[in-house]
Write a protein that binds this ligand. Structure first.
Ligand code: ADP
Ligand code: MG
Length: 589
């Protein structure tokens, strides 16, 4: 498979050279050169907006930084464009980090608004600085030269620019198919699950903002030396909106959607600019109106963009199981049987006037399965969220393996070996079961974005996938590794979450209603897995409504009612407790 992918890629690169050798009219070559410049920017937007779910209207500003930096330094200081490209990237990176650090904490519509503000302010900055030639810009920007060969125009530029576009696309495809890529794809589902898997979501958001900005910066650099002049207008907000438009039109979720979006827009624009004035009889920017209508239609009838039409018919590379011989991941030292793993000390959570968890305390010994039971609304899930750091405590303490963990973010608690599932399943529907589960092993790998893009992460990646496949087999889902998680029924979705939690090699596993939606056979299998885990030294805190399962597997039960601790004890004691019978079991049966 690796071979075929590499041959495909070489064929695409060779295709660019072949196209350049064909007797295409120069006009088309120029058009395609512009399309390459747009494509680079849109590739970044696919990652940022389509995959990461962060909308930016400010990409044109980063194109501007790349273009102006190189134009200024080559014209005024006589530096070579091959040097100034890095200066542009450095300034872009710095501004992306600052802008990202400030804006990416914002949610909802604040982020797009902030990027609009950023795009506008940079535009006026470029237009008002004397050193940058104000609105006239910088003229006589030198062409790109390889020794004495002018590769800044026509066919040589075509090969160079499209070569960069393809390399960028390959890098993104590699990135998305990796440990880092899974974390990026988890961003859109909200931060709770990703953080529980140990992903620092803010860091990854800033990361994709940075990558998208760098792609834009390279486009700007090419643009400056291709046009031989820069002025603020191509880097304004209008262009920022157009880039987003092209991304959505082509298919924001697909790397190849980026290129098709740029292609369709540019070609359509050219045709319309000639056609519309003939049709209407007067000239004007009518194509803008047509684009508006097209965008509305695409959003309505093809929310995945144009590429989704094509992509559907292309063969999907089936992932081969190439991880069998991968090195196993390092396992953490588990607490010795009998050690106290978790100590919950009078934890309390108030939501306004409601005391959802009222000074609850209990502990879990290594090798124990503890059940947390109680009627709906008793506060079990809230207790889970307090222990795992998803919610902050109103008061009380939580100690895990002897260390105080209350107040820590959930990813830090995950790092220490606590892993969980959610009452309402949280997964990434458009990823396969295997990839979803591998997300659980996030903290057991270390390779970052750059190694993924360059495919230097393969050995580690195979170890991660091997672990994910093993956990899925253990839970009885070995047959659906490559299914899309979104296509699973409720029961298997819950099993997927358990496998994902197991992938982190937890010392303590918290399962919130794992048997809900499971069939009888699946419940029996689940009970067997839970016992097996306990025998391996994993401790488990289990919230479950299925009393047969709870009584069957638990060593100790904690009963909650209206946020308070009703009683705790062995399953036998709980079954005999009159208080429990009255308050809980009575209502259950
Ligand atoms: P359980 O999991 O035992 O069914 P929960 O922990 O989900 O119960 O809820 C306990 C109580 O806290 C319920 O009354 C619920 O409505 C309330 N509650 C839970 N989460 C929130 C929240 N984020 N804001 C306000 N009230 C909440
Ligand atoms: Mg609950």
């Amino acid at each position: 498979m690796k071979f075929t992918q590499n041959t495909q890629r070489l064929a695409l690169l060779a295709g660019v050279v072949v196209l350049a050798l064909l007797p295409l009219p120069d006009f088309w070559i120029t058009q395609l050169n512009y399309i390459a410049l747009y494509s680079l920017v849109i590739l970044g937007l696919v990652l940022l907006t389509g995959i990461g779910g962060l909308t930016s209207f400010g990409q044109a500003a980063f194109v501007g930084i790349g273009a102006y930096t190189s134009a200024y330094l080559t014209v005024n200081m006589g530096l070579s464009p091959w040097v100034t490209v890095f200066a542009g990237l450095a300034i872009t990176a710095l501004s992306a980090l600052v802008v990202g650090w400030i804006t990416l904490r914002m949610s909802g519509h604040y982020l797009p608004l902030a990027t609009i503000a950023w795009g506008l302010s940079l535009y006026y900055l470029m237009g008002n600085l004397d050193a940058l030639g104000k609105y006239d810009g910088i003229l006589d920007v030198p062409t790109l030269k390889l020794l004495d060969w002018d590769i800044g125009q026509g066919r040589p530029f075509f090969v160079f620019a499209w070569g960069l576009v393809l390399l960028g696309a390959f890098a993104l495809i590699n990135l998305l198919d990796s440990r880092t890529g899974r974390a990026i794809r988890a961003l859109r589902t909200g931060s709770q699950m990703a953080e529980a898997m140990g992903v620092d979501t803010l860091r990854y958001k800033i990361g994709i903002f940075l990558i998208a900005a760098l792609f834009a910066s390279v486009s700007g650099w090419l643009f400056a030396h291709f046009q031989h002049t820069v002025n603020p207008s191509p880097f304004g907000l209008k262009m920022g909106i157009e880039y987003l438009f092209m991304t959505v039109l082509g298919g924001a979720g697909y790397v190849w959607g980026a290129i098709s979006g740029a292609l369709i827009t540019k070609l359509l624009e050219d045709q319309l600019q000639v056609l519309l004035p003939q049709l209407i009889g007067t000239s004007g920017s009518y194509e803008t109106i047509v684009f508006g209508i097209v965008l509305v239609l695409v959003l309505k009838y093809m929310p995945d963009g144009m590429w989704s039409l094509v992509g559907r018919y292309l063969p999907k590379p089936q992932r081969v199981n190439d991880w069998q011989d991968a090195a196993p991941l390092v396992e953490r030292a588990k607490p010795a049987t009998g050690d106290t793993v978790l100590e919950v000390l009078a934890i309390r959570k108030q939501f306004g006037g409601l005391v959802a968890v009222n000074d609850i305390g209990f502990s879990i010994q290594a090798g124990q399965i503890v059940g947390l039971i109680g009627p709906n609304g008793a506060g079990k899930s809230t207790t889970f969220n307090l222990i795992t750091g998803v919610l902050g405590l109103t008061s009380g303490q939580v100690k895990f393996r002897g260390e105080l963990i209350s107040g820590q973010p959930s990813r830090e608690i995950a790092r220490r070996g606590m892993s969980r599932t959610f009452q309402h399943v949280k997964m990434i529907p458009e990823m396969t079961v295997l990839e979803n589960v591998a997300l659980g092993a996030q903290l057991r790998g270390h390779k970052g974005a750059l190694s993924s893009m360059l495919r230097l992460d393969r050995a580690e990646e195979q170890s991660l996938l091997r672990e994910a496949a093993q956990q899925l087999e253990r839970i009885g889902m070995g047959g659906s590794l490559h299914e899309l998680a979104g296509n699973l029924a409720m029961g298997p979705q819950r099993l997927l979450e358990i496998a994902r939690a197991l992938c982190s090699d937890p010392a303590l596993l918290l399962l919130d209603e794992p048997a809900a939606g499971l069939r009888h056979q699946e419940k029996l299998a689940l009970a067997a897995v839970l016992r097996q885990l306990r025998d391996e030294g994993v401790s488990i805190l289990l919230v479950e409504h299925d009393m047969d399962l709870v009584m069957d597997v638990c060593d100790h039960l904690v009963v909650m009612e209206f946020g308070t601790l009703l009683t705790q004890g062995t399953p036998e004691e709980i079954q005999q407790s009159p208080a429990v019978r009255a308050a809980y079991l009575g209502t259950e049966h």
